[in-house]
Ligand binder design. Structure first.
Ligand code: HEM
Length: 407
């Protein structure tokens, strides 16, 4: 238990740290990677370059610290992160490394203002926060291993089939090398792939949503080739997956994880909205719905730039045409002349409340959405405009959690 005095110090210094947040975390990562270069094999270098991971970790430590006397309030957020950590194989012995370097960075940036009392209080608070994560993750590792067909750590899978789904999306069908059963999952969950790229000194870890329904003898992931834009270079890992990983190759996978999952107890209509490769979890949800809740009404809405990059369209259309309870709608932001000639979409431009209203089911429904950040902000804004209660809205970001507030 932290003393009253420690809690007081933490709460009064959170705003100070928030002011210097970016500087502290930038310093923290620099120090940590210099002291522990092996961690460069664990963190996503592209996220590091964009600063998104810096913000995510810092914001969480401050949010946890601000709630240090009622950590129970932030448990849902902790669980979401713990899923990611478990999927990445983060271990308890790595927590002190993060703690030591974070404290050293705080000291460095605040200078004389960081008295021994303040640093001592933060060391204690970090210990309490880390213990909460470590405890939840230990439980998750145990559950992953105990589940039928489950495993802890990474397991080898062979690429049984590689299928081009659009100009930018490729599916990989993965079967375990050991021939054993594979853990079931809840639609919406993801796996991590651990990769070594020839000529590159680091190991890379990436999360991909499972895009098929559970209960198959394989896992399917559908990955997007990340094409560089502005200062962002082409995605090295996604390019390697598309160009170099071939049928017969072996990939290392961690067991399914994640809390963006379809609630199969709910019987109300479900609305699945995706942008780009964000359709992978929503397609898994749709495929599961027709198998497990064939009576449940579902509306599947997908936004793509145009028909050339619209993946897995046939799969969704086949489901919609054989299941009258499913509606499927396409929105293209920049349709090609061919798309126009074929009348390949129902809506042109960015999805807004006005169009959404015309395709949504009447009455209450559950909403699930996933896609690029600006898309997610627009969908969230539109659903709010349509007075959808917050409790009925579920979403997942690609990569570190961002903000749904429009800039
Ligand atoms: C991801 C917080 C400890 C490694 C994250 C995310 C948050 C976070 C907020 C983003 C989750 C998301 O994707 O939405 C924390 C906090 C920690 C902690 C508050 C301490 C109390 C650690 C430790 C390690 C670690 C000890 C291992 C050295 C990672 C990695 C990611 C991640 C590799 C994935 C993001 C990427 O590579 O871009 N963590 N973390 N974290 N965390 Fe932690």
């Amino acid at each position: 238990m932290l003393s009253e005095n420690t809690i007081r110090i933490i709460k009064s210094t959170v705003p100070v740290l928030e002011v210097h947040g970016t500087e502290i975390t930038r310093r923290f990562y620099k120090m940590m990677f210099s002291n522990h270069p092996e961690l460069l094999n664990v963190f996503n270098h592209a996220n590091q370059k964009r600063g998104r991971q810096q913000q995510a970790l810092a914001n969480t430590v401050y949010a946890a610290a601000a709630n240090i006397d009622r950590l129970g309030d932030i448990l849902p957020a902790v669980k979401q992160i713990a899923h990611k950590h478990r999927s990445l194989g983060i271990t308890a012995d790595q927590y002190p490394i993060v703690g030591e370097n974070l404290l050293a960075a705080i000291k460095d940036v605040l200078g004389d203002a960081a008295t021994d009392e303040i640093i001592g209080a933060w060391a204690e608070a970090y210990g309490v926060i880390a213990d909460v994560f470590i405890g939840i993750e230990a439980q998750m590792y145990e559950e992953a291993e105990k589940q039928e067909g489950g495993w802890a750590g990474f397991r080898e899978f062979k690429v049984e089939r590689k299928v081009k789904e659009s100009d930018v999306i490729m599916s990989f069908y993965l079967v375990p090398m050991d021939g054993g059963p594979i853990a079931s999952f809840v639609p919406g969950q993801y796996i991590s792939v651990k990769l070594n790229i020839p000529g590159d000194p680091y190991t890379h870890l990436r999360q991909y949503s499972l895009s098929d329904a559970p209960g198959k003898p394989y896992y399917r992931i559908s990955t997007k080739r990340e094409i560089g834009y502005g200062d962002d270079p082409d995605g090295m890992v996604s390019g390697y997956m598309h160009d170099s990983v071939q049928e017969g190759d072996v990939l290392r996978l961690s067991a399914p994880a994640g809390d963006f999952v379809l609630d199969l107890e709910d019987t109300r209509p479900v609305v699945l909205i995706s942008g780009g490769v964000g359709l992978t979890p929503t397609l898994s949800m749709l495929k599961t719905l027709v198998e497990r809740q064939p009576e449940r009404k579902a509306v599947f809405i997908h936004s793509a730039r145009n028909g050339a990059v619209h993946a897995l369209r046939d799969e969704v259309e086949a489901l919609a045409s054989s299941h009258p309870q499913i509606g499927a709608f396409w929105s293209y932001s920049q349709p090609t002349d061919e798309d126009r000639a074929e009348q390949a979409y129902q809506h042109e431009g960015l999805i807004d409340a006005k169009w959404l209203r015309t395709v949504l089911p009447d009455g209450e429904a559950s909403y699930y959405f996933c896609g690029p950040v600006p898309f997610m902000q627009a969908i969230n804004g539109a659903l709010r405009e349509l007075n959808v209660p917050e409790a009925d809205i579920h979403y997942e970001f690609f990569g570190p959690k961002g903000s749904l507030e429009e800039p």
